[in-house]
Design a protein around this ligand. Structure first.
Ligand code: PLP
Length: 418
């Protein structure tokens, strides 16, 4: 009898056969560069599949060749990641940026137009603005809150609407948690659809893989910095791309030649992380909700941006209900005052660490305007609500009373005149 086990029940075992590894309950680290073929004929058959020279036969699996192409740790990790997003296939990378840049390079060619949401992660922003134009890719941005008609007009105004080949979105946007409507992105793609496919790629790092599943809302590809919630312990840098077999075959083929796949040790660490993914993320979310509620009542705080505080009166509420399955664990807020008070708050924290990155077991705080978003052009700061007084928190798994104590004492220190 088949039972549809939930992903969290399968993270310890899915895709791994103990009998192939001396009965070891855990998948060993296959720290090997190459794999021995039983016969030359077998080697030939493996390469035929790897190079797409023939279709797989019934029940045939791609054999192991060389660790840049495949490795058991990579393949089992990819199988497990697929479960959370209900994806057909996955490709893992040595960083989130290598996953993102590989996707942009594979699906965009010189002369093509990219439509992307603003703000995107700083590294992505740099790649879009400073690398893609060098190879002749045209770019046009849009922000959360812009209507479908506005976006269509902006694309038309580039004069390259017929060359639109990709929509790239990051939602919720970092650092303010504003939401992009993914189904609207799909409608924009359908509007401009000609003979050549328009690919929708979504960076789901902030909410995934638990709280948002873009493939269910019209995206073709979902991208991750696995450094964040998937890794979850601030001890590994990695990335992932998921989608259907056709898209991932293209991504994996370019990955083979760029050589930016994860190594077996990184893949093993991520498998270990996935076993606790759900309990970690749920605890982080529960803590974040409490922190956000506490901040929203605090007299030293002007404004809190957290998805779990949205109410039916908020313009973003319908998008939130439609596409998010949780409120996440990223909280940002404006402290009374400006940079001086924000810095004093961050310098006064005793438990929460002052660091960029997010999604790990320990809580982190940072100042977006001068740190993660230091590269954002001045004219965009106001529109994106990146202010002097904005502080971003990534909430971890610590005891909630300790977190609230720390925030309270740091707010008090920040607002006390020296
Ligand atoms: C961190 C991050 C990235 C980049 O990932 P790396 O693993 O650091 O290369 C991309 N997108 C988002 C939203 C991120 O937070």
């Amino acid at each position: 009898m088949k039972h549809p086990f939930k992903p969290e029940s399968l993270m310890m075992s899915h895709g791994y056969k103990p009998a192939l590894s001396q009965g070891a309950i855990k998948c060993p680290i296959f720290q090997t560069s190459t794999f021995v073929f039983e016969t030359a004929e077998e080697g030939k058959a493996f390469f035929e599949l790897a190079y797409g020279k023939r279709e797989k036969e019934e029940g045939e699996e791609q054999g192991l060749i060389y660790s840049r192409i495949n490795n058991p740790d990579l393949e089992i990790l990819e199988d497990r990641l697929c479960l959370w997003d209900g994806a057909e296939q996955c490709a893992v990378f040595e960083s989130g940026m290598s996953a993102i840049s590989t996707v942009l390079l594979e699906f965009l060619s010189p002369g093509d137009l990219l439509l992307y949401s603003r703000p995107v992660y700083g590294g992505t922003d740099h790649f879009i603005h400073h690398f893609l134009p060098k190879i002749g890719v045209h770019i046009v941005g849009f922000t959360a809150g812009q209507s479908q008609e506005d976006i269509i007009k902006a694309v038309d105004a580039t004069g390259n609407a017929d060359k639109l080949r990709m929509i790239y979105a990051e939602t919720p946007a970092n650092p303010t948690n504003t939401l992009i409507d993914l189904q609207m992105c799909r409608r924009v793609a359908d509007h401009f659809q000609g003979d050549e496919k328009i690919t929708i790629a979504v960076d789901n790092t902030y909410m995934g893989p638990l709280w948002q599943h873009p493939l269910k809302h019209g995206a073709d590809l979902v991208l991750y910095s696995a450094t964040k919630y998937i890794g979850g312990h601030s001890d590994v840098v990695a990335g992932a791309v998921l989608g259907d077999a056709e898209h991932i075959l293209r991504v994996k083929t370019l990955r083979t030649f760029l050589g930016n796949m994860t190594g077996p040790w990184t893949a093993w660490l991520l498998m270990r992380s996935l076993e606790t993914l759900k309990v970690r993320m749920e605890q982080q979310q529960a803590n974040a909700q409490r922190v956000a509620e506490h901040l929203s009542k605090h007299p030293s705080v002007k404004r809190v941006k957290y998805l779990g505080l949205l109410t039916p009166d908020d313009a973003e509420y319908p998008i939130y209900k439609q596409q998010c399955e949780g409120s996440g664990a990223m909280v940002s807020f404006d402290i009374q005052g400006g940079e001086k008070e924000a810095f004093k708050f961050l310098n006064s924290l005793k438990l929460i660490k002052l660091a960029v990155s997010l999604g790990g077991t320990e809580s982190l705080g940072e100042h977006p305007k001068t740190m993660t978003h230091a590269g954002v052009a001045d004219e965009h700061l106001a529109e994106l609500h990146i202010t002097d007084s904005l502080v971003r928190l990534s909430i971890g798994v610590e005891n909630i009373d300790d977190l609230i104590w720390d925030i309270d004492q740091a707010l008090q220190a920040a607002l006390t005149q020296q």
